[in-house]
Ligand binder design. Structure first.
Ligand SMILES: [Zn+2]
Length: 346
């Protein structure tokens, strides 16, 4: 079978490999879609401290069960499934408290285990043990199901930021994750959603699809002034930074209404993680700054339900479908920001 393996930064090889066979407690999956994201680009350029090469990348996975290993109950060849990316151990102090997204022993598909840029892959027993394999609802395509993983991360972020009925929400960043944030905020009852982006071309492409109440070009306008003007000076209830931008994280704090929640959804570069916080603004306005680290298995299941019920549309965000052979082209498309979602069909 064909696989795409990471060997070193700048060195991802398309190779032939023997088909894996499932051990006890494992599933073998025929991968139908594995979508790409900015993290794949980061790994391809810089590697990752959790990846010991060679490693098959790819963590937005949907496919069909090809074979169930000994002792696996409930799954049979042909079942259509989506697989989680972040794998909690289910037993650490955080997992026992129900906080599986911040598991201190978290592992990841495509990092600790071979991922989905392959014709076949193995779902480890640890994934099955935490209910990390979800049945794809009827009417949901494999490509749509592969977007359940980033959608699950977006859900986690909006739960932590308590996005709800009547909220005015600002989303910084109009990549695929920013687009998903706009749609999830609407599904959760937000009153108005404003989309902020520094790249005019990306902004207009995203805005044409997800139709925010305002598309604010931060390359030419001050997003703080724009949001205050559009909310009668009150500010936003929630701001979400879906961009690796400390500037956006600081702007977000300055456009919050009293009681507002800032979601630092996108992380910052490891060597540049510090931002300024006006502590008095946080104090007197009772603001909350919240993080978000991936998603739990339960978030993945809920994400599939949201897609299946039509509450969150994702098919139109998938702008490019490429075969595994074209993985390098796919990563280039993601790097250049010319696509919204690029999916690989091995
Ligand atoms: Zn844990």
């Amino acid at each position: 079978m064909k696989v795409a393996r990471f060997y070193a930064p700048g060195d991802i090889r398309l190779e032939d490999a023997p088909e894996p066979s499932p051990g006890p407690g494992e599933l073998k999956i025929r991968v139908r879609n594995c979508s790409t994201c900015g993290t794949d680009v980061k790994i391809s350029r810089f590697g990752h401290h959790h990846i010991v090469p060679p490693r098959v990348m790819g963590h937005e996975i949907a496919g069909e069960v090809a074979e169930a290993g000994a002792g696996v109950a409930g799954w049979a060849a042909g079942d259509r499934v989506q697989v989680i990316a972040a794998v909690p151990d289910g037993t650490c102090a955080e997992c026992r408290r129900g906080r599986r997204t911040v598991c201190t022993a978290q592992e990841s598909m495509g990092y600790h285990y071979d991922g989905g840029f392959a014709e076949y892959m193995i779902v480890p027993a640890k994934v099955l043990a935490v209910d990390g394999v979800n049945r794809i609802p009827g009417g949901v395509s494999f490509a749509e199901a592969s977007v359940a993983e980033p959608l699950a991360c977006v859900l986690n972020g909006q739960e932590l930021a308590r996005v709800g009925e009547g909220d005015d929400v600002v989303v910084f960043g109009s990549g695929p994750v920013g687009c998903l944030h706009v749609r999830v905020a609407r599904a959760r009852g937000a009153a108005r959603v404003f989309l902020v982006e520094v790249n005019a071309e990306r902004l207009h492409r995203a805005a044409a699809l997800v139709k925010p109440d305002a598309a604010i070009d931060a390359g030419v306008a001050d997003p703080v002034a724009e949001v205050l003007a559009r909310t009668g000076g009150r500010g936003a209830d929630v701001a979400i930074t879906a961009a690796a931008s400390g500037a956006a994280q600081e702007q977000a704090q300055r456009l919050m209404a009293p009681g507002g929640r800032v979601s630092l959804f996108g992380g910052l570069p490891k060597d540049d993680p510090l931002i300024s916080v006006d502590a008095n603004r946080v104090h007197y306005r009772e603001l909350s700054l919240v993080g978000a680290n991936g998603s739990s298995p339960a978030h993945n299941a809920r994400a599939l339900e949201l897609i299946g019920s039509g509450q969150v549309q994702v098919d139109d965000l998938i702008t490019h479908r490429l075969p595994l052979d074209a993985l390098h082209d796919a990563l280039d498309l993601v790097t250049r920001g010319e696509a919204i979602k690029v999916t690989i069909e091995p």
